[in-house]
Design a protein around this ligand. Structure first.
Ligand code: SAM
Length: 259
């Protein structure tokens, strides 16, 4: 079953961890966010909205179409300066045009139908000031298909349940289509690259098991029932060389374009 971002039981799904140094390093290589107006669209629990504040953003506008996710983002960004939360659809946010220096969308477009993605790119273009940067971060089929290993724990999901690859193949973005879509709506200097983002470190295996059991931050696990997840957790436990200080990394692709 597809994840319901509005369901109470999915509260805190995209909360409870911090952006890691690898992500900050990647962003710093792209742009200096200090003093910039930034919209984090599809913000979820605001993990990266917080990170943009840490990077010195002048303002961060967190947009999501789910009341539940916005409630989580409100909780997560409490007390931070210059944060605005807004309910809105990535395809038509209702934010003013030419109002942002950076549009950031992480793990959003695989939840948007392929035929609508061009509207999402066009909306990002509309919101940006001239010279502003669109930063899109998602996983391609190639990122997903990397096998399970202690360095790539997410890969075990598909080793154990290969049929889930079909779902990913249908929803994950094709890099050439993204590049062409960026160009079609007007972006220049379109670039793409892959990187390994550290997701988190688990002090012991029970923390990792809880994360998987609660399907935290992994919408594909909503396709499995509790028994299937328990079997997957057993498989991961047997595959890891050590059950303490487990580092989880994920492979990602980033696309950037300049207005
Ligand atoms: C996988 S979560 C990613 C959350 C956050 N960006 C992160 O990386 O931690 C996807 C988020 O996009 C939101 N979302 C999905 N489709 C959307 C749309 N069309 N407009 C706005 N938000 C959307 C969901 O509610 C959810 O919060």
């Amino acid at each position: 079953m597809t994840i319901d971002f509005n369901a109470k039981e999915n509260r805190h799904t995209y909360l409870g961890r911090e952006a890691q140094q690898e992500w900050y390093d990647i962003i710093h290589n792209l742009i200096d966010p200090a003093g910039k107006d930034i919209a984090d669209i599809g913000c979820g629990g605001g993990i990266y909205s917080r990170a943009w504040v840490n990077l010195g953003a002048k303002s961060v506008t967190c947009v999501d179409f789910s009341d539940q996710m916005l409630a989580d983002a409100t909780e997560n960004t409490q007390g931070l300066p210059n944060i605005t939360l807004k309910k809105g659809d990535a395809l038509h946010t209702d934010l003013p045009e030419n109002s942002q220096d950076i549009i950031f969308e992480r793990a959003l477009i695989h939840h948007i139908n392929e035929e609508d993605r061009i509207l999402c790119f066009g909306e990002a273009y509309r919101l940006l000031r001239s010279g502003g940067m669109y930063i899109l971060q998602d996983r391609t089929v190639q990122d997903i298909n990397l096998p399970g290993s202690p360095e790539h724990i997410r890969g075990y999901i598909f080793d154990v349940y290969p049929h889930l690859r079909n779902i990913e193949t249908q929803r994950r973005p094709d890099t050439h289509k993204v590049i062409n879509g960026f160009k079609e709506v007007g972006f220049n200097h379109v670039k793409t690259f892959s990187f390994l983002e550290k997701r988190t470190t688990y002090n012991d295996f029970s923390q990792l098991a809880d994360d998987f059991q609660m399907r935290k931050g992994r919408s594909i696990l909503h396709e499995l029932n509790d028994k299937e997840i328990a079997y997957l957790i057993d498989h991961i436990e047997m595959s890891l060389p050590s059950l303490t200080n487990i580092v989880e990394n994920d492979y990602w692709t980033i696309w950037t374009g300049i207005k």
